[in-house]
Design a protein around this ligand. Sequence first.
Ligand SMILES: Nc1ncnc2c1ncn2[C@@H]1O[C@H](COP(=O)(O)OP(=O)(O)O)[C@@H](O)[C@H]1O
Ligand SMILES: [Mg+2]
Length: 236
Amino acid sequence: MENDVIIDLNHIIKKFYIGKPNELEILHGIDLQVRRGEFVSIVGASGSGKSTLMNVIGILDRPTEGSYFLEGVDICKANDKEVSKIRNQKIGFVFQTYNLVARTSALKNVELPMMYAGVPKRERTKRAKELLKLVGMEERMNHTPDELSGGQKQRVAIARALGNHPAIILADEPTGALDSKTGRMIMDLFHKLNRENGITIVLITHSNELAEETQRIVTLKDGEIIGERKGEAYAV
Ligand SMILES: Nc1ncnc2c1ncn2[C@@H]1O[C@H](COP(=O)(O)OP(=O)(O)O)[C@@H](O)[C@H]1O
Ligand SMILES: [Mg+2]
């Protein structure tokens, strides 16, 4: 493995309903390498397989065929317990629908992944407060999700994603439910995390405009990568 390749997908095939009459092949052999510190976007029409690919990258789901090395670790050989640990420690997830826990304060939401990772209470509360400050939400730390706007919820979700010092952030349409001004703020936050903290970011979006801001744009169509190019901001 090349030292600076953090995500290494080789000929990933993903099928659903395997062996049944309605068997479906959704990803048809994806080869994708992401370097440490890269900010990559994945674009493609609805139904092209973006979320399926994200679930494979985030080890929320396993590929049917192919190999996946994450920071050099062979994910296909890891058991479920190992996979949960790797996911919890290496990857921060951000979703279009925020996926915050209802009736639970912003602070507690941010603490949750740290709690699962066994971080002691005092330490995780301290870090959660720092992270809420980083995303500009420290004044709302005692608010529950239903008391926050979409953009505020997404900022809390980003703070939560950062709890265990992930090497990678996987964001699936993080601005999809936000107005363009709020979406802009979320993008700025990703750029800052990428630039200042060296976090590798894989952004799924169907906004070509936002994709152009990223270092590399990978285009997916019907479960295949049909093109890769530099974002406008990085093209020479
Ligand atoms: N768990 C699943 N079972 C069956 N089909 C699925 C499942 N997840 C996704 N699909 C199908 O895979 C295709 C790609 O879906 P998805 O990855 O969500 O696309 P995108 O995120 O690009 O809109 C769709 O046709 C969808 O219906
Ligand atoms: Mg999707």
